[in-house]
Design a protein around this ligand. Sequence first.
Ligand SMILES: NC(=O)C1=CN([C@@H]2O[C@H](COP(=O)(O)OP(=O)(O)OC[C@H]3O[C@@H](n4cnc5c(N)ncnc54)[C@H](O)[C@@H]3O)[C@@H](O)[C@H]2O)[C@@H](O)CC1
Ligand SMILES: Nc1ncnc2c1ncn2[C@@H]1O[C@H](COP(=O)(O)OP(=O)(O)O)[C@@H](O)[C@H]1O
Ligand SMILES: [K+]
Length: 478
Amino acid sequence: MRTAYCVETVRSAERELMARLRDGALMQRAAAGLGAACAELLGRVYGSRVVLLVGSGDNGGDCLYAGARLARRGAGVTAVLLAPDRTHAGGLAALRRAGGGVARPGTAEAVIERADLVVDGIVGIGGKGGLRPDAAALAEAAERARAAVVAVDLPSGVDADTGEVHGAAVRADLTVTFGTHKPGLLIDPAREYAGSVRLVDIGLGPELPAEAELEALQHADVAALLPVPGSESDKYRRGVVGIAAGSARYPGAAVLAVSGALRGGAGAVRYVGPAGDAVISRFPETLVSDKGPRKAGRVQAWVVGPGAGDDAATVAEVLAEDVPVLIDADGLRLADRDTVRARTAPTLMTPHAGEAAALLGVAREEVEGARLASVRELAGRYAATVLLKGSTTLVADSAGGPVRVNATGTSWLATAGSGDVLSGLAGSLLAAGLSAVDAGSAAAYLHGLAGRFAADGAPVGAHDVAEAIPRAWRDVRD
Ligand SMILES: NC(=O)C1=CN([C@@H]2O[C@H](COP(=O)(O)OP(=O)(O)OC[C@H]3O[C@@H](n4cnc5c(N)ncnc54)[C@H](O)[C@@H]3O)[C@@H](O)[C@H]2O)[C@@H](O)CC1
Ligand SMILES: Nc1ncnc2c1ncn2[C@@H]1O[C@H](COP(=O)(O)OP(=O)(O)O)[C@@H](O)[C@H]1O
Ligand SMILES: [K+]
């Protein structure tokens, strides 16, 4: 499991650790990791031109000490100081001792333009709001330059706790972060600014609380969650997932939801709705019922909404069932909030940003810019688990606990119907007995991986994604 902690938590862990260490020890650990990462990226350090963008806090200090290390190995290192009179004194002295220098006023742009490597130490976890104009100008100059850009702890200008970006921010090829990931490094839009992320151990681990603010599942975590039949299993014990989806107008949504559900680990898939013929002709193993959800027979979890059109009655009927329910697509619009809030069995809602925006009564861009706040707000309003889809998918539970983030996907997944496949897959995992948070995050993980396998650099249809789910499943369990 990859975990991320908010600034306040990091600060208090750092205080605990620093109390036991000699002054400056943590910064030296950070600078050593940063210097090594920069050297690796440069390949040949000797003779390279390195420019340090140095703000007035400890982030600038890390940057200066790492610059000193590179200078000792023969790099030409120049520091651009944002606030010369408030620069980290020890770091600057170390840089000078190692042979590095400071850019003359007015030469920053020209120096950056000639650099092989730019190291961004403008601001780290002490950043407040969008970058100030002088800092923003440096971020923009770094983006224009041909140099590789390494961000110290965080790309300057991104919000460490939320992943929001207000105005200009540094675009890094690599971010070297210290002690723990910060939520902003894992959530878009900030994640995109971070490039690849390397975590440097500075000994903070034991000081961090057991429960993180954000979690990203990895292969082993997903493998431990996935249901695997044993010798005592039969189709009912494995779980039956009910799909109430599709309409005369959108029969395909039903087929795609079923295609995901068949690959999700439930023992049987039951379908109710007007697209039974389309479903059965594509997937003859589906148990098709022409009665409503209540009379369809045994079901351990329902998926309702994909392609449902305006069929509010079916949504209401499903929500009245005392089993886990996943609500997607049209179902999100048709579900009554108080009914959802009153449910005692788990509810998992799976909006994309546009659907979430409609439920929250805000613009889509607002949700895309503030994913973490949006998913938490929706979960609270509906007293449910909410999975917010997108380039980074977030899963939040109204009961609190770590928010899960998933980034296994690929932008090729932005194709009609791929969300229907996800809803079937997640519903199947719910039927197999996973909690709403686990079902949602494991499904997003598999779905993203399946999308990667299916696409492999070329456009795909949603059915290709469904067909690649078994490969993703095997990859995870290998
Ligand atoms: N305390 C320690 O021993 C350690 C600190 N670490 C480093 O220290 C950093 C935190 O240092 P600080 O607490 O000094 O804070 P930062 O250096 O992150 O930022 C504070 C400085 O940035 C300026 N600033 C804030 N918002 C700004 C904005 N929007 N535009 C422009 N400038 C802005 C402030 O005026 C202040 O001078 C971490 O990110 C990490 O890089 C690491 O070395 C680990 C150990
Ligand atoms: N840029 C992207 N990068 C990664 N995954 C994406 C991206 N855009 C969309 N996705 C994923 O693709 C799926 C699309 O779902 P959705 O928007 O509901 O599509 P539809 O309604 O057509 O089924 C979601 O799982 C979402 O997370
Ligand atoms: K930085």
